[in-house]
Design a protein around this ligand. Structure first.
Ligand code: 13P
Ligand code: SF4
Length: 305
């Protein structure tokens, strides 16, 4: 089937099967183009609760589709490729986190949204890259267990030095491997470009940046800023949306920054999922109920960027 035909079928099925397509900012360009709503993890969680459709096809990684299901237990949430898993979310499990909680009964658990539903179920409050500082600051606890992204934890710790933060040793391979040299060689050729990076980057990369944002924070800032050129220190397909929404500005991507899991969702898989309303996210009632509370608390706090 050619691409045009797939797109036509996708458009028809949205109405026929009452489906809304939510997609993360790192999705491949073709998937971004057919989405009803594009966003970062926080936007997508909020949008999932407001989606006026019986069925959600979620184009992103596992924890994002699971969060949409937890927040909408009565809707069908389809994830077109169940193998699209965030490796960082797999770096913390509920059993090991449980041991750390037992060792630190006075600490509050702040889990990055990039975690499994089981980890969220034993979490006090979730956060995303758009509100990590705001969430930790809002906690009444002096001691915080922060899982699983050590780089995000180190970034948040800069703004709340008064809190003791126990950082889990997880990382995002895509962001952790971003090298200074790649950014500096672009900067050398384009000295007026501002450097925007994601807080999952290592501290040395954060220090190089002009600004640190979640992916939707980058969208908002680049639109509002007077600056005309930007170096984007995050997954490379982020630049597709930025260029599309700011045709008069220039965005330089890091060719090495690819999230293989995000690339698993294709137009063909989206169509298949819309036709069959499969594969569906299924979670136990008990886990969903427990995991909803920390997500809801995070959404009540809202964006911090
Ligand atoms: P955002 O919430 O900033 O889009 O980040 C999600 C993510 O997985 C970044 O790697
Ligand atoms: Fe997970 Fe990193 Fe991919 Fe984001 S970019 S989904 S944190 S592996």
């Amino acid at each position: 089937m050619d691409r045009k035909e797939i797109k036509r079928k996708i458009t028809n099925l949205k109405e026929k099967n009452n489906i809304v397509i939510l997609a993360h900012n790192y999705q491949i360009p073709e998937v971004q183009d057919i989405a009803d709503f594009l966003g970062d993890s926080l936007d997508l969680a909020l949008k999932a609760t407001r989606a006026d459709a019986e069925n959600i096809v979620f184009c992103g990684v596992d924890f994002m589709a699971q969060s949409a299901k937890i927040l909408n237990p009565n809707k069908n949430v389809m994830h077109p490729d169940m193998d699209a898993k965030c490796p960082m979310a797999g770096m913390v499990d509920a059993e090991s986190l449980g041991w750390l909680i037992k060792d630190n009964p006075d600490a509050e658990v702040v889990s990055y949204i990039n975690t499994t539903a089981e980890v969220k179920a034993i979490t006090d409050i979730c956060c995303t890259s758009a509100n990590g500082e705001k969430v930790v600051r809002a906690s009444s606890a002096e001691k915080i267990i922060f899982v699983p992204d050590r780089n995000l934890g180190l970034y948040v710790q800069r703004f709340v030095p008064e809190k003791e933060m126990i950082l889990w040793p997880g990382i995002c391979p895509t962001h952790h491997n971003i090298q200074k040299e790649e950014i500096l060689s672009i900067k050398k050729k384009h000295p007026h470009a501002e450097i925007l990076v994601h807080p999952e980057c290592r501290p040395g990369i954060i220090d190089l940046a002009d600004h640190v944002f979640s992916t939707s924070g980058m969208v908002r800032y680049s639109k509002e800023s007077e600056t005309k050129e930007f170096i984007i220190g995050t997954e490379k397909d982020m630049c597709y949306r930025l260029k599309k929404e700011n045709p008069k500005k220039t965005f330089y991507s890091l060719v090495s920054a690819v999230c293989p899991s995000m690339k698993k969702i294709t137009l063909q898989k989206v169509l298949k999922s819309m036709e069959s309303l499969e594969p569906k996210i299924e979670l136990s009632e008990d886990v969903m109920q427990k995991a909803k509370m920390p997500l809801q608390k995070m959404m009540d706090i809202g964006r911090g960027d």
